[in-house]
Design a protein around this ligand. Sequence first.
Ligand SMILES: [Zn+2]
Length: 192
Amino acid sequence: MQHALEEIERMPGIGPKSAQRILNWLLTSDKEVAHRLADAIVDVKESIHLCPRCHAFAEEEFCAICSDPERDVSTICVVSESRDTDAIERTGTYQGLYHVLGGVINPMEGSMPEDLHISDLMARLGSEGTQEVLLATNPDVEGETTASYLSRVIKPLGIKVTRLASGLPVGGELEYADEVTLGRAIESRREL
Ligand SMILES: [Zn+2]
């Protein structure tokens, strides 16, 4: 049981209490449940790999977006994790390609630019005729640090660098917005 607990606890977001709860559930469920879970984990691990071009999750050699001839190759949207591409895809408003960094710059945790997929982003910019790079890292300290680093190294190539605007949630009310969010919304105001 200790071994199983340790393995479950390795999962992100799972602390000792949740691990115990998951283990209890497994031990009180049918054997079939455990086998299905184990099979699903092994299956997904064996069938999904990282796209060699953009580092998003892929089932075929290249991911579905890199393989789609309809996508606009002049724009690359840079995100921190593969799941961020799904969030952007769900909006249905972006037609370009992606590049997944595999993290953010975070010196406190020992994550430096050379630990991310930045050198192959630069190689893509040199060979794919990119005209715009949209930086879509999270609007937190590490995400901003990463975006400003990328902006610094990409702009000298003569490529347009843009950043996701951050602002007020749709349906929200001004008086309830925190000052950072409201401040950002003012900074990234647009002309009507
Ligand atoms: Zn790809």
